[in-house]
Design a protein around this ligand. Structure first.
Ligand code: GLV
Length: 399
């Protein structure tokens, strides 16, 4: 028999997390205005004021994505649900999905594709962070004839960025729809959904938006919507929660502005995303991107100044917002992270690929959203330098 009285003995009256500087690939520290917005009075999801909020969020996402797509939403769940929503709406079982694998995320999409019963193919480069060329992509489109191709614009697992120029047009020449994962590239890298001919674009709120985790952004091109509608007439989308036809109806689209119940949305998180977008509008999207690009160059320089090396060799392949730094042979990477966390309240990221023996050991330093800031980067570098010194001194003392 479990003793519930004993279990709740340690339940705190008022759980109060310690404040830390989150220099990780996400979640990042919340913008203070966003944090406040989360505690606004709760509205019912059937309140006309709530519908007004949805309209504003839609327009805000259109601005961030640089798109005019009517099918543009914030969906409840982290960006992984946006990823799964993208593929499960565009493909029917038995159809072919091609995933370009830079690091962790391309493989995740391939796993999802296999589980959903798609004929799933991947292509991969040998060198970390290397861009796929248009020729490579065209060869793969010819070989596999996919209905849908996935590419991660900014891969957080390596800290690399894929140049998207020409990829949308190329996919369309082969009757293939293009899904782009902009989870970390949104607001850190130039991205224009309509001009780049992207069919589905998605992102998360907890990265460069400095918003709460648990809500994601997604938009579908008219071409994608047309295909989804003709497919769902033949065979309904297998997921009820992720069916974008139902999401659209809940947002008042295709429905004479009537909002149909689908599921109860994360209302407070919608306040959060609204406030986060407002911050970007106030600063201006191009300025936010520029701030991340400047932060990237500053951090890379500081890293090299303290004698560390970057994982990705070519500067143009390196992402803004997350930088991968090789762990020197004489350093215990996890111990260093612990030292910085306990001594200076600064958290840097480890690797998602640590279990792969073919991948070198590296840290991932994130500087997303409010953390794309020179002072916070300098603080992180100072702490990192002290942590390196501390381990080397300890090692010497043992000799
Ligand atoms: C999450 O997105 C991560 O890269 O750790």
């Amino acid at each position: 028999e479990p003793d519930h009285r004993l279990m709740i003995k340690t339940f705190q009256e008022d759980f109060m997390p310690h404040e830390k500087l989150l220099m990780i690939p996400g979640p990042t520290n919340l913008n203070p205005n966003v944090l406040q917005s989360l505690s606004k009075p709760l509205l019912s999801h059937t309140d006309p004021q709530f519908y007004e909020l949805l309209d504003q969020i839609q327009n805000g996402i259109r601005y961030l994505f640089q798109t005019n797509n009517p099918y543009t939403f914030a969906i409840t769940g982290s960006a992984t649900i946006a990823m799964e929503t993208a593929i499960c709406n565009l493909l029917l079982p038995g159809q072919t999905l091609l995933s370009l694998v830079h690091g962790y995320w391309g493989n995740r999409v391939a796993t999802m594709g296999s589980r959903l019963g798609y004929n799933t193919n991947i292509i991969q480069n040998n060198k970390f962070g290397e861009n796929f060329t248009l020729i490579q992509i065209e060869n793969a489109l010819r070989k596999y004839r996919p209905s849908v191709m996935y590419v991660c614009h900014g891969d957080s697992s390596l800290g690399c960025v894929q140049n998207l120029n020409g990829i949308g047009k190329l996919c369309h020449r082969y009757n293939c729809l293009l899904i782009v994962d902009a989870v970390v590239s949104l607001c850190t890298t130039q991205l224009e959904m309509d001009n780049m001919e992207i069919d589905v674009l998605f992102s998360g709120c907890q990265k460069a938006l400095s918003g709460p985790p648990g809500i994601s952004l997604i938009s579908f091109s008219d071409k994608a919507v047309q295909i989804i509608k003709s497919r769902s007439n033949m065979c309904p989308i297998s997921s009820f929660y992720m069916d974008i036809n139902l999401v659209a109806k809940a947002w008042g689209l295709d429905n004479n502005n009537v909002h149909t119940y689908h599921y109860t949305p994360a209302i407070n998180l919608l306040y959060g995303i609204h406030a986060a977008i407002r911050e970007i509008i106030n600063e201006d999207l191009s300025k936010v991107i520029e701030r991340h690009q400047k932060a990237k160059h500053h951090l890379e320089k500081q890293i090299q100044n303290i004698g560390l090396k970057l994982l990705i060799q070519e500067s143009e392949n390196r992402l803004a917002g997350i930088t991968s730094v090789l762990i020197p042979d004489d350093i215990d990477g996890n111990m260093l992270i612990q030292f910085m966390y306990t001594k200076h309240d600064i958290l840097i990221g480890g690797s998602l690929l640590a279990s792969d023996p073919n991948v070198p050991k590296f840290w991932r330093i994130g500087y997303l959203g409010v953390n794309a800031d020179r002072k916070k980067i300098n603080q992180t570098i100072e702490s990192l330098q002290e942590a390196l010194q501390q381990q080397r001194n300890k090692f010497k003392a043992h000799l």
